[in-house]
Design a protein around this ligand. Structure first.
Ligand code: MTE
Length: 296
């Protein structure tokens, strides 16, 4: 059992200490046993480097190692690309990435990104709000969920030629989550077109949920009235739920979710506290009255 500053210090002192530590870090002073408090919140929205964001990836279609996507994703052909919007919409159809970018403003969004494996990054995405695209497609009144399908290309994706995942990778959101202004269809990062290892040419980004919800290289978005199947819930339903909201109080059965390891933080940075909804409190009202332990 690991002690944290929370165990030994009242909250106000704890917050104060974190500020002091931030100062100490700024001066380059060493921290011994910094534990959880090593990185202060104020620094959290400094983006990770392009290098970090594009060489430490989960994209199992290209292998299980964090460095596999950067090695093998170049084989993926992304031009031409089309993404189908279908199901319970008034105007189903097939769209190019340029079509999607013409339907709503392309914005830069610097978001925290928290993986269920308890590491985190800060990523400067570009993209369009999914809600604006769905509104243009005309969501029908019976629709309750949105299903996302990633590309199926075993010829180009070595990970799809075997293994335990029933390809393609699929994910889903409740309709109100999909319509939330934070939910992005991302087409790039750091001002460049989306790198292949990060899910070119278009992917989902849902910053208050664990990273596995943010499906990459999307070919289909389907409006439906039933909760969609999701890849990780299919694989291990007791470990990965449909909701997957970042929640420091609901541990993964095999590890704690109370803290996270910021990628690129260096030895001095230590771990930082994980925030409810990854710090995006504005989504809390989507879950009023819901048991977030049962709906993990
Ligand atoms: N989407 C697809 N199609 N395949 C995947 O393996 N991995 C997920 C998610 N989307 C994954 C995916 C997981 S587990 C994470 S943490 C994020 O992508 C990683 O995104 P990043 O590599 O851009 O940081």
């Amino acid at each position: 059992m690991k002690l944290t500053w929370d165990d030994v210090t009242p909250k106000a002192d704890f917050m104060n200490r974190r500020k002091l530590m931030q100062g100490a870090l700024g001066l380059g002073a060493g921290l011994i046993g910094a534990g959880v408090a090593g990185r202060a919140r104020a620094a959290d929205l400094t983006p990770n480097s392009f290098e970090e964001i594009t060489t430490y990836n989960n994209f199992y279609e290209f292998g299980w190692d964090k460095s596999d996507p950067a090695k093998y994703a170049s084989a993926l052909t992304i031009d031409p690309w089309s993404i189908e919007i279908d199901g319970m919409v008034d105007a189903p159809g097939s769209y190019s990435v340029a079509d999607i970018e013409a339907m709503a403003p392309v914005e830069e969004r610097i978001y925290r990104f928290r993986c269920v494996e308890a590491w985190s990054m800060v990523i400067p995405w570009q993209g369009v709000e999914l809600g604006k695209i769905l509104a243009k497609a005309g969501v029908q009144s019976g629709a309750k969920y949105v299903a996302f399908t990633s590309v199926l290309r075993p010829d180009e994706m070595p990970g799809q030629r075997g293994g335990s995942i029933d390809w393609p990778y699929v994910e889903g959101l409740r309709l109100d989550e999909a319509m939330h202004p934070l939910t992005l269809l991302a087409t790039g990062l750091y001002g460049e077109a989306m790198p292949k290892q990060n899910g070119a040419p278009i992917r989902l980004v849902v910053p208050w949920k664990y990273g596995f919800k943010s499906a990459k290289s999307l070919v289909k978005i389907t409006l439906t009235d039933e909760e969609p199947r999701t890849t990780w819930k299919d694989l291990a339903p007791r470990e990965y739920g449909f909701y997957a909201n970042v929640n420091p109080e609901v541990d993964h059965p095999r590890w704690s979710q109370a803290t996270e390891r910021p990628i690129g933080g260096g030895l001095l940075a230590g771990r930082q506290e994980t925030l409810m909804f990854n710090g995006y409190d504005e989504v809390a009202s989507l879950y009023t009255g819901m048991d977030l332990k049962a709906n993990y």
